[in-house]
Design a protein around this ligand. Structure first.
Ligand SMILES: [Zn+2]
Length: 454
């Protein structure tokens, strides 16, 4: 019997965290923080497992919504074993320290103790790391004597170190996709799925509601972006691209520099910032240790200026430039949010969005507005008229919805549990699976709703 219980990240893309009970073993898959919420509200609902055995947490990748609540889980379950890929561990060392400073200002609750940098150091040291395809045992907790639970990570093609998680016990195979991509990006190649039948698939649904026929592939989007950047630069404007510091910054740097090297975009200044630049170094260090589109390509060879060394934001408009600033969804208080407020006033410049926007995020408001519209960026702020150009592109690190269906076709699962998608995204994936394949059981649990699979 398998019990699956979402603590967050079901019917939403939020604090992704799922509890899996196999016999007497309690395995947590991912431990994310909701990017749109703050304080205790942003955490998964750990109370749902307070009376359960919690033995392991397996981390699929180092994005905030998959790992940033980890220190709080470890506070509650100090003997839990944390396991990830070595790349995820290396990135987490940077990102978890970074998130302390952000959480400090948000948490004022007796039930929740903010963790220190020293505690993060100890946590990082305690993370066991396993390479892709390396099988490891989750020992001793199975309901039957002498049975073992085996697990392994499989390249998910999403960001550096991202992994799908395969767990096997009593001849039942569970595969959790994490965030998964089935197509090439500029740096990271597609996912490498396990070559075996899976019994239960836990499937992300990010792009379930996006009609793939209306979206271009990576190469076509690169062409469209090149045209757009040239147009803005030729009229003397500057370009702001909100990106996640982890993954999207590195991929967009590669896209833009490839086009500059080929002479298809003028050699204007490129600005990047703190955390993203450090993560780029980890991408470079690992270019031979995991598969890459071009292992010879190094991000450090792309000339970049530090956006935090610009004292006056009006300097960005003196000469055409390209600014890659986090956060990707322009969350209030971040660099991209502050810069967007300046950019909206600039007639010749443009804000270019390149990825997924949560419908509640400021980035979503900007992406869905056009020149001349008035939008309210802050919750309680005033209306701002948009004077700059706004264009949206799709450089996705997630599978298209047809790609999700292909994963089902390849892995041949009997049971599919849908997670990590808005309501209508999970609905599309669920109904497509039911109409295309016979005899599949599809589950769409809510947070706190337990699923039992024999
Ligand atoms: Zn992710």
């Amino acid at each position: 019997m398998i019990n699956f219980l979402p603590l967050g990240g079901a019917g939403e893309i939020g604090a992704n965290c799922y509890f899996l009970k196999y016999g007497n073993a309690g395995i947590v898959l991912d431990c994310g923080l909701h990017p749109q919420k703050s304080g205790i509200e942003a955490l998964p609902d750990f109370n749902l497992i307070q009376d359960q055995p919690v033995d392991y947490v397996l981390i699929s990748h180092a994005h905030q919504d998959h790992i940033d609540s980890l220190p709080f889980l470890v506070q509650r379950h100090p003997y839990i074993k944390v396991i990830s890929t070595p790349q995820t561990r290396a990135i987490a060392e940077l990102t978890l320290h970074n998130s302390i400073s952000i959480m400090r200002g948000q948490i004022n609750n007796d039930k929740l103790k903010i963790y220190s940098h020293d505690e993060v150091d100890l946590l990082i040291q305690s993370i066991e790391y396993r390479a892709y395809q390396e099988e490891f045992d989750l020992k001793g907790f199975s309901s039957k004597k002498n049975t073992k639970i085996k697990a392994s990570f499989h390249d998910a093609g999403h960001i550096l170190g991202s992994a799908g998680v395969l767990i096997e016990c009593d001849e039942h195979r569970i595969f959790y996709t994490g965030d998964i991509n089935t197509e090439n990006q500029s740096l990271i190649p597609p996912a490498q799925l396990p070559k075996m039948k899976i019994n239960t698939l836990i499937l992300e649904c990010t792009y379930g509601s996006t009609d793939s026929s209306s979206t271009n592939d990576w190469r076509a989007e690169t062409e469209r972006l090149t045209t757009s950047i040239n147009r803005i630069i030729s009229q003397g404007g500057s370009i702001l691209i909100p990106v996640f510091a982890l993954g999207k910054l590195q991929e967009m740097l590669a896209v833009i520099s490839n086009q500059m090297t080929r002479g298809r975009i003028p050699q204007v200044d490129i600005y990047t910032g703190g955390l993203g630049r450090k993560i780029s170094r980890i991408y470079d260090y690992n270019r031979y240790s995991v598969s890459r589109v071009d292992p010879e390509f190094e991000l450090k060879n792309i000339p970049q200026k530090n956006l935090y060394e610009v004292d006056n934001p009006s300097d960005f408009f003196k000469n055409p430039c390209i600014v890659l600033a986090s956060s990707g969804m322009m969350i209030e208080g971040t660099s991209s949010f502050r810069l967007a407020e300046r950019w909206l006033n600039q007639h010749n410049s443009s804000i270019i969005t390149v990825g997924y926007m949560d419908p509640l995020s400021p980035g979503y408001k900007v992406a869905n507005a056009r020149k001349g519209d008035k939008i309210c960026l802050k919750e309680s702020g005033e209306l701002i008229e948009i004077k700059c150009h706004i264009e949206n592109f799709r450089f996705s690190a997630h599978a298209k919805r047809e790609g999700l269906i292909k994963i089902v076709e390849k892995l041949k699962p009997d049971n599919i549990i849908l997670v990590h998608g808005e309501e209508n995204a999970e609905n599309w994936v669920g109904s497509s699976i039911i109409s295309r394949f016979r005899g599949k059981r599809v589950f769409k649990p809510q947070i706190g709703e337990q699923i039992n699979i024999e």
